[in-house]
Design a protein around this ligand. Structure first.
Ligand code: SF4
Length: 375
């Protein structure tokens, strides 16, 4: 971390940054999703591509080692445009052995298109599978089925992708431990390298928010799903490294790790966020503003504070190193070790060598446990 190097008075070696490119297009809205997105038109796609390229090209010489195309549905920008945007990144930034990821819906991409992406430099692909159960997919309003996922993963491998991630959602109505096991077994059978497993959230202003919650598994049951998934993933070689992320050895998401480790990143596109030069800033959630180059909105005094640092570190299985925390924030944090070691919290915290980690049960209560540590 540059932050730590600086504080310790050592040589400041700036870490390569991450680059995030946001494509806020979706052909239709999934009923649980609150992300900003619009249905693209041909004209919008073209002007958005030009705006991205012009924005990216205003930088030069910054060293980066991850590029992440997220959405929305990045593929809706069109394969050729995605490649043009990536070319602009390659021209404007110094990319060091980069991890280049794209999020893809399993039913939206052909073998030929995957081949074009791989040949252009994309080397990591994240498929929004959610579940392999057809009924659960229908309840989520997703248009793909498990065959699409199988085909998409096989095609991705065929053209050369070696780093493939699948999303798995927990908390879908009618979901059971047995159906989650089936979904995970299906994922394992595809021999992929990474799984992100998120709990369904009822976000305001989404159709699911207004649904009768009795149709969905209650909090206790979703907690059981989560604990089952953590354990079953581990037994099958997917090691947890963050609350919701699991990977085979050497396949953690380099890009997402930057967010949790407070390494700098630059975001391009409507509603994309950045953390650069000790400042946080973001573009408004308006494609029109972005295309017409309206000013970004800057958040001031937003250098990560103690609370944010503790929250981010405790999301990671690697945990919070109290010695580093004390040096960074010039505080006496030994009290935290004592609080985390209290007998009644033994199921939630692990304390070793001045490090605090949340256990899987602790991850489920992370917000209140972090407040307890910071009290
Ligand atoms: S879940 Fe993904 S595909 Fe569905 S609306 Fe949200 S961003 Fe679009």
């Amino acid at each position: 971390l540059p932050l730590i190097d600086e504080f310790l008075g050592g040589v400041v070696l700036k870490n390569p940054i991450g680059i995030y490119i946001h494509i806020p297009f979706c052909s239709q809205k999934c009923p649980y999703c609150s992300f900003y997105s619009v249905v693209p038109t041909k004209e919008l796609v073209e002007s958005y591509t030009l705006a991205l390229i012009s924005d990216i090209s205003s930088h030069s010489g910054i060293v980066a080692d991850t590029v992440y195309f997220g959405g929305g549905t990045p593929i809706l920008l069109g394969i050729e445009n995605l490649i043009k945007v990536l070319e602009a990144v390659k021209k404007s930034f110094v990319l060091l052995n980069p991890e280049i990821t794209i999020e893809v819906n399993p039913n939206s991409i052909s073998l030929k298109e995957l081949e074009k992406l791989f040949n252009a430099g994309f080397n990591r692909i994240s498929f929004g599978m959610q579940t392999s159960n057809e009924k659960e997919l229908a309840l989520l309003g997703r248009k793909h089925n498990s065959n699409d996922v199988k085909k998409a993963v096989e095609n991705a491998k065929k053209v050369g992708f070696k780093n493939i991630s699948l999303d798995v959602m927990l908390g879908i109505s009618d979901q059971t431990i047995s159906s989650i096991k089936t979904t995970l077994d299906f994922a394992f059978s595809l021999d992929i390298t990474h799984i992100s497993s998120y709990m369904l959230k009822f976000e305001p202003n989404t159709p699911f928010y207004l649904e009768d919650k009795n149709k969905f598994p209650d909090e206790d049951l979703v907690s059981d799903f989560y604990l089952f998934a953590v354990d079953y993933l581990e037994k099958n070689g997917f090691h947890q490294y963050e609350i919701s992320n699991f990977s085979k050895k050497e396949f953690q998401s380099k890009h997402n790790n930057k967010y949790w480790n407070l390494v700098e990143y630059l975001g391009f596109g409507a509603s994309a966020h950045s953390f650069y030069d000790n400042k946080r800033f973001f573009y408004s959630s308006s494609i029109d503003d972005y295309i017409s180059k309206k000013e970004s909105v800057y958040l001031e005094n937003s250098t990560p504070d103690l609370t944010e640092y503790v929250m981010l570190k405790l999301r990671l299985v690697e945990g919070l190193d109290v010695d580093i925390l004390e040096k960074l924030y010039d505080i006496d944090a030994k009290k935290m070790l004592k609080l985390a070691s209290e007998q009644k919290y033994k199921d939630f915290f692990k304390v070793e060598n001045n490090k605090i980690n949340l256990t899987p049960k602790g991850f489920l209560l992370s917000n209140s446990l972090i407040l307890y540590l910071l009290k």
